[in-house]
Design a protein around this ligand. Structure first.
Ligand SMILES: Nc1ncnc2c1ncn2[C@@H]1O[C@H](COP(=O)(O)OP(=O)(O)O)[C@@H](O)[C@H]1O
Ligand SMILES: O=P(O)(O)OC[C@H](O)CO
Length: 493
């Protein structure tokens, strides 16, 4: 019998499937992008049916690369979080397109709920804020805007799920409606202290409880695949939201350990142990993971735009052809020449939480060219990480000394060094950069007996590159001061 695990990383722009060995080597993989829909300003939608089709296909493609597919003993799923799907339990069809985490259409609803004084209760119970980022107001929007949806939901005909639930439902032929605690904790409906759906919050957001999935640990029995894999029956044994899976993939298992993932957005999570810490600096309190019924908590800083700013340079400004070109452009300058880019294209996340802030470039002169702008896009990621780390240090009472980094953007060595310089913290990049998918595989492996413990998993984490801070203190201070001035301007909008 084999011990390989198929892991799915269902991300915001693409679905990936990777088969991992027990040592954490990628034995086979496949990836496919899918369509992004922007039907209105600030709206972002996905076709959930297409996500299911594309995801099942990349799994089949990865399995087909193996000499012996029977060596695969289980499936782990990790996913873009908060993105909301509502479907009909009988037909299995979504009632409308999925509303993506980046979508800002419910900003007004959030403002009203805040003005009515509900934010403290919501924060206290969920660890989150009243922001359109999370699922609850997205579900309510669907119920109120898709004809007949509210009535059908009240009659128990509709199901809600984040993308993990939607995939589990489809892989099991509609038999299992489940999610894991980390995904549930991003909905604004889950009480992170009691580890259950919160009836008062369901009332506040006006969402029928019958729509919600059963919530399980991250390593658990989520059913067996009957559909999508050419008849292959695999136990779905590990599930976590992508940032939580990255915590597992980066082996951040002790309080004080922190990882930061640089993909479309950037998400830094600090492990805070078995007690939740309420942030006083507008960070989120969330789950790191939940195993054997025992939640481990984290403080999270969420930045909505990181690599997406580089995509913008490529697709909208046309000043680069490939993301990797930003490295040589940034390196070609001796300083940032006073140019800053605040990438508030979809508002600002932590620690500002300003859905209406908008992006800007400032400090330009006649000398400013593509190198300054590319460098400013990369530096913005470093400054934002700096701001998150300051907030985390203040909340947790201790400054982390090492940041474990991953995500597509961190292949950029200039960015990695500048991150260390600006944050004044060492950055460590692991050998296996696909930490998200690896984390999902690890969770499934834990459930299926491939690993006996988290220590067993931690022993296979291997360092590939480490950067040390090497910038003079006064240079750092000047740069950060310039950034904070730019941020102030973007908040004026
Ligand atoms: N060498 C690079 N330098 C800067 N940005 C990069 C580089 N390579 C990829 N990126 C950016 O990283 C992002 C892709 O990272 P990935 O982890 O695959 O994202 P996601 O999982 O969110 O789709 C893209 O936004 C891309 O612009
Ligand atoms: O799909 P990613 O990697 O951009 O991650 C999305 C996050 O989970 C959103 O909270």
């Amino acid at each position: 019998m084999g011990n390989h695990i198929l892991a799915i990383d269902q991300g915001t722009t693409s679905s990936r499937a990777i088969v991992f060995s027990a040592e954490g080597r990628a034995l086979a993989s496949a990836q496919s992008e899918f369509e992004q829909h922007f039907p209105n300003d600030g709206w972002v939608e996905h076709d959930a049916e297409q996500i299911w089709q594309v995801t099942a296909k990349v799994c089949r493609d990865a399995l087909a690369e193996l000499d012996d597919p029977s060596s695969v003993i289980g499936l782990g799923i990790t996913n873009q979080r908060e993105t909301t799907v509502v479907w009909d339990r009988t037909t299995g069809k979504p009632i409308c397109r999925a509303i993506v985490w980046q979508d800002r259409r419910t900003a007004e609803t959030c403002r009203t709920l805040k003005a009515e004084g509900h934010e403290d209760t919501v924060r206290q119970r969920t660890g989150l804020l009243l922001d359109p980022y999370f699922s609850a107001t997205k579900i309510a929007w669907m119920l109120d805007n898709v004809k007949g949806a509210r009535e059908r939901a009240e009659h128990g005909e509709l199901a809600f799920g984040t993308i993990d639930s939607w995939l589990i439902w489809n892989f099991t032929g509609g038999k299992v409606h489940a999610s894991d605690a980390t995904n549930a904790a991003r909905t604004l409906l889950f009480n992170i202290h009691q580890q259950c759906w919160d009836d008062e919050l369901l009332d506040l957001f006006n969402i029928p409880k019958s729509m919600l999935p059963e919530v399980l640990d991250c390593a658990a029995e989520f059913g067996t695949t009957t559909d999508g894999l050419n008849g292959l029956a695999l136990p779905i044994a590990g599930v976590a939201g992508d940032q939580h899976a990255a915590m597992i993939g980066q082996a951040c298992f002790s309080p004080g350990m922190i990882k930061s993932t640089y993909g479309t957005g950037c998400f830094a999570l600090l492990h805070t142990g078995d007690k939740p810490i309420a942030s006083e600096h507008r960070l989120l309190t969330t789950l790191a993971y939940r195993l054997n019924g025992k939640p481990q908590y984290a403080l999270e800083g969420s930045i909505f735009i990181a690599g997406a700013a580089v995509q913008w340079l490529r697709d909208k400004l046309g000043i680069i052809e490939q993301a990797a070109e930003t490295e040589a452009l940034a390196e070609s300058l001796d300083s940032n020449h006073g140019v800053y880019l605040v990438p508030a294209f979809t508002g600002l996340g932590a620690p500002h939480w300003e859905p209406d802030a908008r992006a800007l470039i400032c400090g330009m002169t006649r000398n400013t060219g593509r190198a300054e702008i590319a460098r400013a896009a990369l530096e913005a990621v470093c400054y934002q990480t700096h701001d998150l780390l300051e907030a985390m240090t203040a909340d947790a009472g201790k400054r982390p000394d090492t940041l474990r980094v991953d995500g597509g953007m961190i292949a950029n060595n200039w960015l990695m060094q500048t991150l260390s310089d600006v944050t004044d913290i060492c950055a460590e990049r692991p050998e296996m950069i696909e930490t998200t998918a690896l984390g999902a595989a690890r969770l499934a492996g834990l459930q299926l007996g491939v690993f006996s413990s988290l220590d067993d998993i931690a022993s296979s984490w291997a360092l590939e590159r480490r950067t040390e801070p090497a910038m003079a203190g006064d240079t750092r201070e000047t740069m950060i001061k310039g950034w904070h001035k730019a941020i102030k301007r973007s908040l004026l909008d």
